[in-house]
Ligand binder design. Structure first.
Ligand code: HSE
Length: 451
């Protein structure tokens, strides 16, 4: 085999350890595919570990590793947005390619990091940052490169999907399932990132930039988590033929006909038809449904978290970079001035100076269907009042379900609507809540037919 590719792994948590295990398990496959020896030369770890091969240098100084002459590719799996950013910038400055699983860092600082990488003629690869082991970055940047992406909808947090699945199937309490997800290495260091939708919002920001060729704009993603979802709503949704999933949506709105033009970036619990493929993606599985022209809908599904899935994505990036490094060697040998970076797909799929300034729509401009749960006193005319308010606001009711009184004299009324601009729905809900016959705040969950 020709000369070796030298890797440094910064961080030996679930993912870092998973990468070492994958290399040990599949070394022969990796070599046969890349034509190179792939060796880990250095690992960054706070404390010395006696389970690491003695040929690998252990160092707690990550900045030194990122500048080391004994490293070609730096794999950053420490997480966080401070030290991780410093070591990535250091690696780039020192001409090293970077592989990272750090969606928070890229969602928040990716524009700066990618620009610095372009300047330094290196690549920052991030397949593992979105949807775990599903090669969705490669699919969207390369496989769908000829398509115009209209929208995508994804289950992009494994922990959240695991919790929703266990609660629905087994009636297990939220906290209990979350602890299990943490023990299995699925959850973020701060699990509120999982259950409040922040992790999904990080990933959605990345997917949307690749889909539409817009700069990363995590701060404009509308974000709702799963902590407010009750078993009651899960069951009513099922009764009406829907299932509640926590989804991220990136939607291109070209026309003024169904609201303002721009891009919707939103993460929230959503009712989707029970027979939709996404509705049947359970446990820690992630899935991304992409609607593009002319291809139509395609679905990508697999494990979205955990050591093996994430290591698979990290090493897919390493293999890509090994090929780039291989082409550099060839260029050098032929005295070509062509940059090796020119062989690589752009970070956000579009040429950096072609990114567009399409506006990101505010929440009140977004267009979705709704599930409403209204609690009312059981008296004549209540339903008529509610439906009148909705029809005055131009909101089209798709289905309505009134349950028998669960408390003395009170009834839950469940209403499903067709898509409506959120500002209209806000006004209607305000009016409904002012009715004297209404006993509680209206519960609202968005609904999408995924058509
Ligand atoms: N906490 C993340 C999840 C890990 O549950 O999906 C993978 O990004």
């Amino acid at each position: 085999m020709s000369n070796s590719i030298k890797l440094a792994i910064l961080g030996l948590g679930t993912v870092g350890t998973g990468v070492i295990n994958l290399i040990n398990d599949n070394l022969n496959e990796l070599k046969r595919r890349s034509g190179r020896d792939i060796i880990i030369t250095e690992v960054g770890t706070r404390r010395q570990r006696d389970d690491i091969d003695t040929n690998i240098m252990q160092n707690s100084d990550l900045m030194a590793i990122a500048a080391s002459d004994n490293v070609d590719i730096v794999i950053e799996v420490i997480g966080g947005t401070t030290l991780a950013k410093d070591v990535i910038m250091q690696a780039i400055k020192n001409g090293k390619h970077v592989v990272t699983a750090n969606k928070a860092l890229l969602a928040e600082h990716g524009n700066e990091i990618f620009a610095f990488a372009e300047e330094n003629n290196v690549h920052v690869a991030y397949e593992a940052a979105v949807a775990g082991g599903i090669p969705i970055i490669k699919v969207m940047r390369e496989g769908l490169a000829a398509n115009k992406i209209e929208w995508l909808a994804g289950i992009i947090n494994g922990t959240g999907n695991f919790i929703m699945t266990e609660m629905r199937d087994k009636g297990r309490p939220f906290a209990d399932v979350l602890s299990e997800a943490q023990a299995l290495g699925y959850a973020e260091a701060d699990p509120t990132f999982d259950v409040e939708g922040i992790d999904a919002a990080h990933k959605l920001a990345l997917l949307a930039s690749i889909a539409f060729g817009i700069p990363l704009q995590f701060d404009k993603v509308y974000c709702e988590g799963i902590t407010g979802i009750t078993l009651q709503d899960v069951n009513y949704a099922e009764e009406l033929g829907y299932r509640i999933k926590h989804l991220g949506f990136a939607v291109r709105r070209d026309s003024e006909n169904d609201g303002d033009a721009g891009v919707e970036l939103r993460v929230h619990p959503t009712l989707i038809p029970q027979d939709a493929l996404l509705a049947n993606v359970n446990g820690v599985k992630n899935a991304v449904l992409v609607n593009s022209h002319p291809l139509g809908q395609t679905l990508y599904c697999g494990d979205g978290a955990g050591a093996g899935a994430t290591a698979s994505a990290v090493m897919a990036d390493v293999m890509d970079l090994v090929r780039v490094l291989g082409s550099k060697d060839r260029d050098d040998q032929s005295n070509s001035n062509q940059s090796n970076h020119g062989h690589h797909v752009p970070h956000l799929a579009f040429i950096p100076d072609q990114l567009s300034d399409t506006p990101i729509l505010r929440a009140d401009q977004m267009v979705t269907g709704y599930y409403l749960r209204v609690h009312a006193y059981d008296s004549p005319g209540v339903l008529a009042d509610i439906t009148r308010i909705l029809s005055d606001a131009g909101i089209n009711i798709d289905a309505i379900l009134q349950k028998p009184a669960h408390k003395v004299g009170q009834v839950p009324v469940i209403i499903l609507t067709l898509p409506v601009v959120e500002s209209q729905m806000n006004l209607a809900i305000e009016k409904i809540e002012k009715l004297e016959t209404i006993t509680d705040k209206v519960v609202r969950i968005r609904l999408d037919e995924l058509a």
